[in-house]
Design a protein around this ligand. Structure first.
Ligand SMILES: CC(C)(COP(=O)(O)OP(=O)(O)OC[C@H]1O[C@@H](n2cnc3c(N)ncnc32)[C@H](O)[C@@H]1OP(=O)(O)O)[C@@H](O)C(=O)NCCC(=O)NCCS
Length: 175
């Protein structure tokens, strides 16, 4: 049988050829990018991000995760052609706390392409400027990627209740 038309590239391969992601701060109540990134994550990635199986984002999770844009909780989104491909955030118990929890997620189709590293760099710089001196993170033990990404120089790591808890001191990036 002859094929008269050439197969069209998958939509994701088109966007992969486009320019790299742009990173901007997520606005308060902006749920669209959150939903786009969640939709692009496999069950395994969702489990790694939220530490337990998470088939959907509940209304209260969405409220919590989009309550951003203030000193306690800020988030940034990486976008390619207007589509969200990753989010990083830090959250701290009070507006002047020295330690903040950090969490990052990237859609599966963009793993291993430097998006997570770029997002974490933006969050780090903002955290430093805001007087934060250490980033705290929690990961499942099998999550090698996040240990590599967040477990920087001087990081201390311990296992609590089967989860890895890391504290990474924030030092200005070398010029
Ligand atoms: C963790 C995650 C955000 C990394 O994003 P990413 O865009 O794939 O990461 P990058 O391409 O920027 O790579 C960052 C580092 O991790 C390493 N890495 C990436 N994937 C890896 C893997 N599967 N195994 C081991 N190392 C890995 C890279 O080599 C790189 O290290 P280097 O810069 O020292 O070479 C992504 O894998 C993800 O979304 N995972 C599911 C959610 C999750 O685990 N979130 C963390 C909860 S806090």
């Amino acid at each position: 049988m002859r094929t008269l038309t050439r197969p069209r590239p998958a939509p994701w391969s088109v966007s992969r050829r486009a320019t790299g992601p742009t990173i901007r701060e997520l606005g308060p109540g902006e749920a669209g990018p959150l939903a786009q990134v969640f939709a692009g994550m496999s069950d395994t990635s969702r489990r790694l991000r939220y530490l337990v199986g998470t088939p959907r984002l509940t209304a209260s999770m969405i409220r919590l995760l989009t309550d951003v844009g203030h000193a306690r909780h800020r988030a940034w989104v990486a976008e390619v052609d207007g589509e969200a491909v990753g989010i990083v955030r830090y959250a701290r118990p009070s507006a002047d706390a020295a330690e903040a929890e950090v969490a990052v997620e990237v859609v599966d189709g963009y793993h291993g392409r430097g998006v997570g590293r770029a997002l974490v760099a933006v969050a780090r710089e903002a955290a430093l400027a805001a007087g934060i001196t250490a980033l705290v993170w929690t990961a499942r033990p099998e999550n090698q990627a996040v240990r590599r990404l967040l477990g920087g120089q001087g990081a201390s790591v311990r296992v609590v209740d089967g989860l890895v808890e890391g504290v990474t001191p924030l030092l200005p990036l070398a010029a």
